[in-house]
Design a binder for this molecule. Structure first.
Ligand SMILES: [Zn+2]
Length: 223
């Protein structure tokens, strides 16, 4: 695995990542509640402070330890897409131009306020914010411009094989069951594949090196 990435996992089924930068660590996602200790211990082993938290989307298994970590890390930057930031306040409204599908999955909200909201094309340290709606309306992925690692959140999962979350993978159905709009999610899967990532670092499952072929197969299966 590239030197910049440390995967922190709980029960092998949900991930957060510590991404090394010159000024400290960026934490991508926070997993389920009560994961803060494990994440802070991993950062301590790396000998660097967590200076920013970047969230792919507002589902409970990605923002679950946000409040706990924000309390433990005074001054930490907290970032989520402008669109999914509304879900942190439990504003569950859909915009007129969006598919009017049911919002699925868990939406616990958080009392932590983002210090900055993200738009596609923004950067978070070395990470470029990539639009990837479908699983949630404002889902974003993060592409590390140094090594082309794609932190894809729940746009793809790799637990039980590389799969989009547009179609239920019987070997690990949970992420797809929480997907908001499937056609949008398939378009996103294609767009992320076109980035030609060197590795895929998902919210659920192991990091996959050279994922292009597996992403193609997953897209073909879901289309
Ligand atoms: Zn999710």
């Amino acid at each position: 695995m590239a030197d910049n990435i440390t995967r922190v996992s709980r029960f092998g089924f949900v991930n957060a990542y510590l991404v090394r930068e010159d000024d400290g660590l960026t934490l991508v996602d926070t997993m389920i509640p009560r994961s803060g200790k494990a994440i802070l211990a991993a950062a301590q082993r790396l000998g660097a402070p967590i200076v920013r938290i970047a969230l792919t989307h507002a589902h409970g298994d990605h923002i679950g330890s946000l409040d706990e970590l924000a309390d433990a890390l005074p001054g930490v930057e907290v970032m989520i897409s402008t669109r999914d930031a509304r879900f942190l306040h439990k504003d569950m409204s859909l915009d007129p131009g969006e598919p009017q599908d049911k919002l699925r999955g868990s939406w616990p909200g958080a009392r932590t306020e983002p210090t900055r909201t993200l738009e596609p094309g923004d950067t978070v340290g070395s990470l470029e914010v990539v639009a990837s709606p479908g699983h949630t309306p404002g889902h974003v992925a993060f592409l590390d411009t140094r090594d082309r690692t794609l932190y894809c959140g729940d746009a793809f999962s790799t637990l039980g094989g590389v799969a989009t979350t547009a179609k239920v993978n019987p070997r690990f159905p949970l992420p797809a069951m929480a997907t908001w709009d499937k056609p949008t999610e398939i378009a996103t899967a294609r767009a992320l594949r076109a980035l030609d990532p060197a590795r895929l670092a998902p919210g659920h499952g192991p990091v996959v090196e050279n994922p292009g072929g597996a992403m193609d197969a997953a897209i073909a299966k879901a289309s």
